[in-house]
Ligand binder design. Sequence first.
Ligand code: ADP
Ligand code: MG
Length: 350
Amino acid sequence: MSDRVELRQVSKVYEGVTVVETLDLAMKAGEFVVLLGPSGSGKTTLLNMIGGFANPSAGHVFIDGEEVTDLPPAKRPTATVFQDYALFPHMSLANNVAFGLRMRQVAKAERLTKAAEMLKLVGLEGFGNRGVHQLSGGQRQRVALARAMAVEPKVLLLDEPLGALDLALRRQMQEELVRLQRRSGATFVHVTHDQEEAMSIADRIVVVNKGRIEDMGPPDRVYLKPASLFAAKFMGESNVLGGRVVEAVGRDLKIETALGALVVPGDAATGAAVHVALRPEQLVLAPTPDSISLGHGRIEELSFQGTHCRCHCRIGSVDLILRAPVSACLTPGRDVALYAARSDVVLLQR
Ligand code: ADP
Ligand code: MG
């Protein structure tokens, strides 16, 4: 199957500053892609180059194999949901949703039928005659979504669309977005800086930093085996230790770290500077057949989180964060031994 969206050797320079470095990025038909990165990393710029709201400084954009690099937004098979919804306050909800169809010269009866269908799809059946001011934030968000979906885009671009919603509503909308995407078969490209949101909705996460792609893959792979230090830290909490490769030990590497020598799987040259990363939930209090010892330490701080206890544990000069089961009944001052499964250890070279 050919790609739905393809950015080929695309870059963007604003006023002499490169905000998107030359990159390639392809997305499949029916794929839910999330662009994840901190503020200013270039996510909106990437989205705008797909939607036609920004022109690449170099490179080419293709949709279903057709070059769209120089086409305006209205000539592309894309639709965009902006963070601020941008609904028309003086229009009824039905006319808001039908707006894109009116621009495409669709007859009135047909566009109102479509608008009613779209409002139903987003759970606002029968709301067509209401005004924008009568809606809650979550309902406005749904109308913006219905309006974008009404033109049946091949690619739906969503720029932090849930940012203004409270947590419960955001979770609900995340599930609805996934359902909508599966039903429509469109490719969704969703921008967020929230790693939990990215993990809960994406088929594939693209981690963006300083206009570059740091990592790209299914959520579980990016979380468990991040490709870079940035990706490891941005995809949730991680214990990261600096180290140096001392020697190869069979198929493993001996790494000198602040916790002493750790023998872990990995691939790096002797003498190379590396980082060892472990998620808080990967640190355990008892050895297993596959584990390495991280040493003995003391619990310094602890907070009850319902499903687990989040603890700071000091081993020598190193502060480690672990998620201990509530049943371990840890208390500050307790001496513990920490272990990690060898297969959980991530060795990073960049
Ligand atoms: P993100 O969406 O990840 O927060 P953006 O793509 O909006 O990042 O911005 C990336 C960088 O490009 C930022 O440094 C921003 O200030 C700059 N930038 C974005 N749009 C423009 C513009 N129209 N003119 C000049 N600089 C811009
Ligand atoms: Mg942005």
